[in-house]
Design a protein around this ligand. Structure first.
Ligand SMILES: Nc1nc2c(ncn2[C@@H]2O[C@H](COP(=O)(O)OP(=O)(O)OP(=O)(O)O)[C@@H](O)[C@H]2O)c(=O)[nH]1
Ligand SMILES: [Zn+2]
Length: 199
């Protein structure tokens, strides 16, 4: 079972957030995180983003995906409207950074994001969001508005003890570098993305 290991107030470019680290034991150096805006009203449906780690996109500003922009967009939204980002250590849809870079290397040879995972003998998406639900329960959240385009995340919440009030889309404009990745998300994973393009 996850437990709160530590928490503190942290000022950021997007305002102040309470940052909480969750893991089963203190020796875990990659705990999941909850980033909570100061103005969050727990008596109303809480704006929540389940965000899977992407070091290439968030730290190194890779153009292959939109994870960095989604995280920044979610921080801005949550600072303005209240809410929580649950930052999950699920790098590469939970295959880890080594396998993700192996998959990227296959993508250089023409495989798409799903085919590359399958070629490595790995699932296209190895995430379950049960730990995110556990974290919401630890925080005492009962009802949420979920910031996502991913129908799998919606289903997980619908099948949990957390009530889903509504979905809030979190769409980033595609570029020529990310358009293949976004097309696979839409066609294979059924992501709720509008058609639009920008080069
Ligand atoms: N295996 C693999 N993982 C990737 C690839 N590109 C991005 N990721 C990972 O995908 C995860 C982001 O999840 P997405 O499926 O893009 O988006 P989502 O969070 O499920 O859906 P939204 O809530 O709509 O953003 C992060 O963990 C990234 O590291 C890739 O080409 N291969
Ligand atoms: Zn990414």
């Amino acid at each position: 079972m996850l437990k709160i290991q530590a928490e503190a107030q942290v000022p950021t470019d997007y305002g102040n957030f309470r940052m909480i680290a969750f893991s089963e034991d203190e020796s875990n150096w990659m705990p999941h995180m909850a980033i909570i805006a100061e103005n969050t009203d727990f008596s109303q449906p809480v704006n929540v983003r389940f965000h899977s780690e992407c070091i290439t996109g968030e730290v190194f500003h890779s153009k292959k995906c939109e994870c960095g922009q989604q995280l920044d967009g979610a921080m801005k939204f949550i600072h303005e409207n209240g809410g929580i980002i649950i930052y999950l250590r699920q790098e590469g849809r939970n295959i880890g950074i080594i396998n993700k870079l192996k998959a990227y290397s296959l993508q250089e040879r023409g495989f798409d994001t799903v085919e590359a995972n399958l070629k490595l003998g790995l699932p296209a998406d190895d995430r379950d969001f049960s730990e995110a639900i556990q974290i919401l329960n630890i925080l005492g959240v009962k009802e949420i508005n979920l910031l996502t385009n991913n129908p799998a995340k919606i289903k997980i919440v619908e099948n949990s003890n957390i009530h889903l009030n509504k979905r809030i889309p979190l769409q980033i404009t595609s570029t020529s570098d990310s358009e293949g990745y976004l097309k696979v998300k839409k066609d294979y994973f059924g992501h709720l993305l509008e058609d639009e393009n920008e080069s």
